[in-house]
Design a protein around this ligand. Structure first.
Ligand code: ZN
Ligand code: ZN
Length: 385
């Protein structure tokens, strides 16, 4: 942490910035070092630092540590509470987030917009529909806060994930007092994928096109909706359209931090120095988890057209390669932490669940939207993401 060549030591502002950077990258190892440093240099009790530590640990998927910092913070302000609530939400602890919110109210700390973004997303991510609807009312009527586009987004997500798609659509069209942006429509499109709503999905794409906001990921979602109901002609049409319009998809990429070094994997990766061992391990894992009941879901997701899907049955998404490397390179029982730049697909999610029980590992995956904590064959998202 010191910069001996300049004779300088990081001050509290630098530490805050470092913690923010760690939170952004989900870099637990480095974040822990900053934590140690601030404790040793007397910054550990500053509220700003403590709030940043809560965010850093939450975003690195280490909720126990975030919670410990939270509990050891005697003077909690609204940011402290909002940080822990958002952290619990992001990591799939919906009930705990609601309990924290109630405790905050008992302590007499008034929630702000940020708090409600956290608590509403907790409800949507954990499928707590009634609680979410009533908290949306609490926000508007009890605390007289005007909902912003994030709050509306949470509500659309809440209704959509719960399968109340028409209600979600009506909510957007009739109840929003701000204009729906692309994110709102995209949220509904995600719900259409989960619940295989073809017609509504097509309507949502039209709204996105109208906003001139459609992205590669939107077409990929639409493609997956068609694939999930077996409309292969339409899958082909969308592909053709994507080719014509030269819409580029992001290649899927997974990273894993190991002993301070970041290892990066892409689908069908042949670039890692230990690739031979990795692929042998992948095969070994495949055999083991098949015995335990895993069935490959090849048609499940086509999220990366160019790379991830091309080779059909032989193709491995990058998170599987990263996991094989993790099993290979770490001691038995160690927690595996990986980060994926896209949403994790159904097949990789199933794969990881079975792997966590067969190999007795906790696996923490940070995907584009949230954290998945896999343990004993289950995931904290309850297959709901
Ligand atoms: Zn996958
Ligand atoms: Zn999950």
């Amino acid at each position: 942490m010191q910069s001996p060549e300049y004779g300088l030591e990081p001050d509290e502002i630098t530490c805050l910035l470092l913690l923010q950077a760690c939170a952004h990258l989900g870099s637990l190892n480095f974040g822990e070092r900053v934590h140690k440093y601030v404790e040793e240099h007397g910054y550990g009790n500053l509220l700003k630092i403590r709030n940043s530590l809560i965010v850093m640990y939450s975003r690195s998927g280490s909720m126990e540590k975030a919670y410990r910092v939270f509990c050891d913070t005697s003077e909690k302000n609204v940011i402290t509470w909002s940080s822990i609530i958002s952290g619990l939400a992001m990591n799939g602890y919906g009930r705990e987030a609601i309990n924290a919110f109630k405790e905050m109210q008992r302590e007499g700390v008034a929630p702000d917009e940020q708090t409600f973004t956290g608590i509403l997303s907790a409800c949507s991510r954990s499928g707590l529909v009634d609680e979410g609807i009533s908290l949306f009312d609490v926000m508007r009527f009890e605390y007289e806060l005007t909902p912003n586009v994030c709050h509306y987004g949470c509500m659309v997500d809440l209704l959509g994930r719960a399968g109340l798609l028409d209600r979600a659509y009506n909510f957007i069209v009739n109840e929003m007092i701000v204009l729906p942006d692309a994110t709102i429509w995209r949220t509904l499109l995600g719900a259409c994928r989960i619940h295989k709503y073809v017609g509504l999905g097509e309507r949502v794409i039209e709204h996105l096109i109208e906003l001139k906001a459609q992205q590669a990921g939107d077409y990929v979602l639409l493609l997956n909706i068609y694939a999930s109901v077996g409309h292969w002609n339409k899958v082909a049409d969308v592909r053709k359209l994507m080719k014509e319009r030269e819409i580029q998809t992001n290649p899927g990429c997974t990273t894993m931090e190991l002993n301070g070094k970041i290892h990066e994997f892409v689908a069908d990766d042949g670039s890692h120095p230990r690739k031979k061992e990795i692929y042998a391990m992948l095969e070994e894992i495949g055999t083991q988890i098949k015995i335990a009941g895993y069935v490959a879901n090849m048609a499940s997701e086509l999220h990366d057209l160019d790379v991830e899907e091309k080779n059909g049955a032989l193709s491995y998404h990058s998170e599987k390669i990263a996991l094989a490397f993790g099993i290979l390179a770490t001691a038995p029982g160690r927690t595996l932490r990986i980060a994926k730049n896209l949403r994790i697909c159904v097949d990789c999610h199933d794969f990881t669940k079975v792997l966590s029980s067969v190999y007795n590992r906790v696996v923490i995956v940070r995907d584009r939207n949230r954290f998945h904590h896999f343990r004993y064959g289950r995931c904290t998202c309850n297959d709901y993401w």
